[in-house]
Ligand binder design. Structure first.
Ligand code: NAP
Length: 514
């Protein structure tokens, strides 16, 4: 990469002044990829979204807005190689990039397809009509888009998917969005955003891009606005306590840290297919996107009798995961997003090692040439033999290629250990015994937003532990932030207001056609 990309924010349907500020470095070799622009005026973006973008989107029906998503997905597909080229600089291998880029575009396709089953109208009915009294007086819930702005604050790990998975339900619901990507990797988010603008598919004001500092953006929000945040719990807690967010009851949905677990069922033996499937999945989750996935397996729970064999099998497989230039086809483990992120992983690893022993990895690999300046880190497996009394392994998220293997006694103990994460996005169970599966699902479901059950019969069709599916909820309780994104209409709820309409049958009939 020779030319430094001068990034621009996009406000009121115009690209603003370019670059000139903070340089953004390539994760793979520390070279300068792009420059951030000066901060922009949040008031102008909010005003344009409220006055222009919102009315234009709300003038369309749900089905019409679904067609916008289809058009955007086609435009992104046509130019996706531009995104792959930039994605490699964030440290991602081709298959990591596919997870981000194709995963994001796929989310648009799924939402576009779901829209065909939504009303060709401006409100959506929810549930059945309720008879409220004797005579012609009924009740019906309806859902209508909020009249404000959706603020999307995204994390650095999925510059494309993270933006599109929020945008699909927002646009389909009928709200304009102001997107604030994470600064690290903002050049990839800006490129995907630019393709959507270039496509000419969207009405004016539907999407705007706010790079860098957000100024007093949050202080300008009111009860018709909605914030969707993805990032660390510390930032989420700070932002959701902003005075205007509290004062004006602004909707604030957070997707944050998550100590996801995977459980190998007690029915498994070292030669069972489920043992092998579990080992492969743990390794895939540790190495895909260099472990920088909010859904990645951080805690691998194994029946005590199998812990040594599982540890050996995972370590042996990790040894084959070549670390290096993500553009090289033989590379299995790319770089972290930057040196800051690697320093965080190293610090969090030190906290984990107070309770867990190092099995393999734990260091910066020695790479030759320019890669020596990249943000690479070895895949690192830890082992904690006393998970029921441990704290750090259930609370410290080393956001990189790091996982801890731990033994459990019976199903109740496995449930207690999994739930000690105090709320996670994703749990997986590898078992071929239905009673075992049911005990684990019943015990863990209150603590986990999504549970994947894999066995020898469905493994080939499995979508994988770490993949958030557009058709299903993405979000978890407690530590995971309490949000619920995606999941078809579930993901649209932060952008729709539910109203209970009471009146005669004729009124309800007409309201349903609004
Ligand atoms: P972060 O530091 O909390 O930043 C997240 C976002 O918040 C970034 O866009 C950041 O912008 C922005 N931000 C920070 N301070 C702000 C402020 N005062 N006002 C407005 N925006 C502000 O998190 P991160 O380090 O980027 O992301 C890693 C974390 O995200 C991990 O803990 C991971 O588990 C979590 N994550 C969760 C999910 C999920 O779906 N649950 C998905 C991905 C990642 P700048 O970059 O410009 O500072």
């Amino acid at each position: 990469m020779t030319d430094v990309i001068a990034l621009r924010s996009y406000a009121a349907d115009q690209w603003l002044a370019a670059g000139g500020e903070q340089p953004l470095l390539a994760a793979i070799d520390g070279s300068v990829v792009a420059e951030m622009p000066a901060p922009s005026d949040p008031a102008a973006l909010l005003d344009h979204a409220r006055r222009v973008g919102g009315p234009a989107l709300r003038a369309m029906t749900f089905q019409q807005r679904g067609k916008l998503l289809r058009g955007l997905a086609d435009a992104l597909t046509a130019r996706k190689e531009e995104l792959y080229a930039l994605s490699a600089l964030t440290g991602a291998t081709r298959s990591d990039s596919a997870f981000d880029i194709e995963g994001g575009i796929g989310t648009f396709f799924v939402y576009a397809s779901k829209a065909k089953a939504l009303p060709d109208a401006h409100v959506m009915l929810e549930g059945a009509r309720e008879v409220l009294s004797k005579g012609d007086f009924l009740g019906q819930h309806i859902l209508a888009p909020l009249t404000g702005v959706a603020i999307h604050i995204n994390a650095y790990n999925f510059p494309v998917w993270g933006m599109l998975e929020k945008l699909a339900p927002t646009l389909l619901a009928g709200m304009p969005a102001v997107i604030k990507p994470a600064t690290d990797g903002a050049y990839l988010a800006e490129a995907a955003f630019r393709i959507m603008i270039d496509s000419g598919v969207l009405p004016p004001g539907a999407i705007q891009l706010l790079l860098g500092k957000t100024g007093d953006l949050l202080e300008r929000l009111d009860g018709q606005d909605s914030v969707a945040f993805t990032g660390s719990a510390a930032t989420a807690n700070r932002l959701k306590a902003a005075p205007a967010i509290v004062r004006n009851t602004v909707r604030f949905a957070a997707e944050q840290d998550s100590l996801n677990a995977s459980i190998l069922g007690a029915d498994a033996r070292a030669d069972s297919p489920e043992f092998d499937l579990f080992v492969k999945e743990v390794v895939r989750e540790m190495t895909q996107k260099a472990g920088q996935k909010c859904t990645a397996i951080r805690r691998a729970l194994v029946p005590a009798a199998l812990i040594d064999q599982a540890q050996a099998a995972i370590a042996a497989r990790l040894a084959k995961m070549t670390v290096g230039d993500p553009r090289d086809e033989t590379t299995r483990l790319g770089a972290l997003a930057g040196i800051r992120q690697r320093d965080d992983v190293i610090a969090n690893l030190a906290a984990l090692r107070v309770e867990a022993d190092l099995v393999t990895g734990g260091a910066v690999p020695e790479l030759a040439g320019a890669l020596a300046k990249g943000a690479f880190f070895e895949a690192t497996l830890l082992r904690c033999d006393a998970p029921l009394t441990a704290e750090a392994v259930h609370s410290v998220e080393a956001f990189g290629p790091v996982a801890t293997i731990m033994p459990y006694g019976d199903a109740d103990e496995a449930v207690a250990i999994a739930n000690a994460g105090k709320g996670s996005l994703a749990l997986s169970v590898f078992s071929h015994d239905l009673p075992t599966v049911l005990r684990l699902v019943a015990g863990t479901s209150p603590f986990h937003g999504r549970i994947l059950v894999v066995d020898r019969d469905n493994a080939a069709a499995s979508t994988g532990h770490g993949a958030a599916m557009p058709n299903l909820q993405h979000g978890g309780p407690g530590r995971a932030g309490g949000g619920a994104e995606l999941g078809g209409t579930i993901g649209m709820m932060p952008y729709l207001q539910r109203s209970a309409i009471q009146g005669s049958e004729a009124v309800l009939e007409a309201v349903g056609r609004l």
